[in-house]
Design a protein around this ligand. Structure first.
Ligand code: PLP
Ligand code: COI
Length: 388
């Protein structure tokens, strides 16, 4: 993966300690229970957020766990004009007594810094990225939904300098917010319908496709709107040079299951290196399945679906988990995949991945990152505004 010059923060040498400013106006317990009973995705938020500032003079400083509240931004704040902003997405799952587990947060920390380098932003030391998330999970552990849900964590960073010249900003805010989450798609794990775009591209060689930056998502929205117009749930992007090779969706990676049991997924390069994608590859390979990271063309997809060589298609991501594709539409026409139903390989991989994430299966790859929650007494002290 080739990224541009980023900026490291050599000034962070000693561990920073997080100050806690408790939210005195937390949402009432009954209202919180109502909100987390069926949270859907991305609409319910917890009581706190974590922020850490960066400036050229002071590096990373002032880490805080504080009440979740709006930012005040000058109209000339650089991110509003030049989109220097990156983010991550990961989930915390309930575990046994007083424990919550994150899924592979170190991978998110590393990808966050790869995105930072590509967007010429400062890198955040991995231990600070993870500590920020742990602090927020501890502060808002009461927001963990039961019944198969999780707490979706959204770390992000943006340029907050007030300036209109075009150059990397001299100051940034890193922030983590949390959102109780159920299914990303309204239909839960039911097969989705995808639209293959022959008009728009998501990324080009040398561009920002492998970075998780806001601009990639802004650029995907017109294509996603076109997919919706055609009655589809999601858009599939093809490569920018030939409009032939399948890349990924607006917010998910994609896999193809063949009749001989082999699995194909597009190679890294211009796509986001998904952590779910990497986990599926490891899981399947450990069980002796053949997974090939290789180019697969939209016309091959159409032909293989028609001749029965293609048995299943599924998409994957942190928010979406693993979801089958039941129907594919394009200007050339429509076709069903596996009679429109979820296939056995998709169901099995989904089941096995979720079992590891939820702590129901052995963590043979060491992917789970446990967080010890505070005792109720400690939590009360925290809420009373203790500073560390
Ligand atoms: N591709 C894109 C464009 C995404 O936004 C996401 C979601 O984060 C993914 C793929 C899947 O990545 P991950 O599995 O790390 O969530
Ligand atoms: C995630 O899966 O975490 C993402 O950021 C993708 C987005 C579609 C919500």
């Amino acid at each position: 993966m080739v990224f541009g010059l980023g900026r490291t923060s050599p000034r962070v040498t000693a561990p920073l300690s997080f100050a806690t400013v408790a939210n005195v106006r937390t949402i009432a317990p009954e209202e919180r229970e109502r909100l987390i009973a069926a949270p859907g995705f991305g609409t319910v938020f917890t009581d706190h957020m974590v922020t850490i500032k960066w400036t050229g003079d002071h590096g990373w400083h002032d880490p805080q766990v504080r009440p979740r509240e709006p930012f005040t931004l000058d109209p000339a704040t650089m991110v509003l004009h030049y989109a220097q902003t990156i983010f991550e997405g990961l989930k915390a799952y309930p575990a046994e007594d007083n424990l919550v587990t994150l899924f592979r947060p170190g991978e998110n920390a590393r990808r966050f810094n790869a995105s930072a380098r590509r967007l010429a932003m400062p890198e955040l030391p991995e231990h600070l990225f993870i500590a920020a998330i742990e602090h927020l999970v501890r502060a808002d552990a009461d927001w963990m939904p039961s019944g198969g849900g999780s707490l979706y964590l959204r770390p992000f960073m943006f340029a907050d300098e007030t300036f209109l010249g075009v150059r990397p900003a001299h100051s940034y805010v890193f922030c983590v917010i949390a959102s109780p989450a159920g299914s990303y798609f309204k239909g839960g794990e039911c097969p989705i319908t995808v639209w293959v775009s022959d008009r728009y591209s998501r990324a080009a060689v040398g561009g920002t496709g492998a970075a998780k930056c806001g601009g990639n998502y802004a650029g995907s929205l017109a294509a996603q709107a076109e997919a919706s117009l055609h009655g589809c749930d999601q858009v599939v992007f093809l490569d920018a040079a030939h409009h032939r090779w399948v890349e990924e969706l607006g917010g998910m990676n994609i896999f193809f299951v063949m009749s001989d049991g082999s699995i194909v997924t597009p190679p890294l390069g211009t796509i986001l290196p998904g952590i779910t994608r990497a986990s599926i590859i490891s899981l399947a390979r450990a069980d002796g399945m053949l997974i090939e990271e290789k180019r697969y063309a939209a016309d091959e997809w159409e032909r293989d679906a028609a001749n029965g060589r293609l048995r299943e298609v599924f998409v994957c991501g942190t928010a979406a988990t693993i979801v089958p594709v039941g129907k594919v539409c394009s200007r050339a026409g429509k076709c069903l995949i596996g009679a429109g139903e979820a296939g056995p390989v998709t169901r099995d991989l989904r089941h096995r991945l979720l079992a590891i994430q939820r702590g129901e299966a052995e963590d043979r790859f060491g992917w789970r990152h446990p967080i010890q929650l505070e005792s109720p007494q400690e939590a009360r002290a925290e809420r009373a505004g203790r500073c560390e």
